[in-house]
Design a protein around this ligand. Sequence first.
Ligand code: NAP
Length: 440
Amino acid sequence: MALKVAVVGAGPSGFYTAINLLRDVEGCRVDIIEALPTPYGLIRAGVAPDHQSTKLVSRLFARAAQDPNVGYYGNVNLGGDVSLDELRSLYDAVVLATGAPLDRPSGIPGSDAAGVYGSAAFVGWYNGHPNHCDLNPDLNTSAVVIIGNGNVAIDVARVLVKTPAEMAAGDLTADAAAAIHGAPLQDVYLIGRRGPEEAKFTNKELSEMGDLSDCVPVVDPAQIATEAVGAMTDHERLLRNKNLATLRDFAARPPREAPKRVHFLFYAKPVEILTDGRVQGVRLERTRVEDGNAVGTGEMFEIPCGVVVPAIGYRMPPLADVPVDEAKGVVASRDGRVGNGLYAVGWAKRGPTGVIGTNKGDGETVAQQILEDIRESGRPGGTGLERLLAERKVHWVSFADWQRIEAAEEAAAPPGSPRRKLTGVSDMMAIVDNADAESR
Ligand code: NAP
């Protein structure tokens, strides 16, 4: 009898799991269960709104979702509408592809002040994630400090300083566009506690900061080494040297007057967020890097600002009946095997690292693990799930329902933009309900 697998989470790791199961496990039936009505996880709500080409992978995922052996159950909450134990009894295997949607706590004193917005919430807000669309950040400030030197930090900086024209071909939400483009922002500080060699920006994202129409990059040439030193792979050396070359190029450019500046500040560890209830600035300690670690020098300085965005990584939320590796903020597993018939993939398994394509490997691995581990099949799968959801009056969203939401977003798109995102679940469900009423 065909194997029935539930994949919880409709982001990249969930879809690559489904794709690999369909390819590698003959006759496998995959049901994707997603908390939001909308699929695609970080493709929709994490990838920056001006990086539309990165979002095109959703076409591959849409094709997978329409495979006759795939079911999509949106607007269904694990732990609320259905428990993990229930899913495990309904399916031969359950794969957790639930990601790492929470900000890692920074532990910096003052982090709870008004005006501090973790990158999970801030990125979710400008991308229209229903859980964050009401964040309403107060951007009435000339200076923003972003803590971290990863691609999320650089995404946030770029979205804050690009002009409306530069964002027009993207899908920044209307509320976020009004708040960001109406704000008196002039200076954005990107803070690295280590040096430019250790920065985790990819070069494409870093280089883009030199091509903005209203904003210039500001780099202290004294902080940029001529080439990466120390033990590392050739590939790593190549990547680090590319970033150093880009930063040296930024530092060597003739000064250009521009309304906005992004300051790259390295060797600076935030020690306190200065606040009088609201953020007033950040106190930092200068560092040097020893054996790869940032070591404080005791020398302090301050940057006045009205907003701080820590972009220092993510962790998973607590999930009932799921063991957690607290130190890493991931599901505790042996290479993704969590327990009998239970698996984890993507950021839930590995933590928040890698790019979208990294999830392909997770999908391949879990498909092989399921092939090796599961000897018996015959559980009810989707028919059992639908019975349970009907009993509980859970209004689940099919993939065809999502396509109606998508069509409404596309129809409402401003000129040049792919869509005007709906941000509230009730607005999305109203479209599904209307379509249901019309078809009756
Ligand atoms: P990340 O790449 O791990 O960067 C986190 C940054 O935060 C690092 O610079 C880290 O510094 C710093 N940090 C951590 N704890 C800190 C602390 N207590 N104080 C000061 N700094 C601290 O994570 P991310 O930027 O959240 O990105 C997550 C993943 O998504 C990455 O794999 C990223 O490449 C990917 N992503 C890709 C794209 C893209 O391809 N365009 C866009 C967005 C995200 P240390 O290095 O010193 O720890």
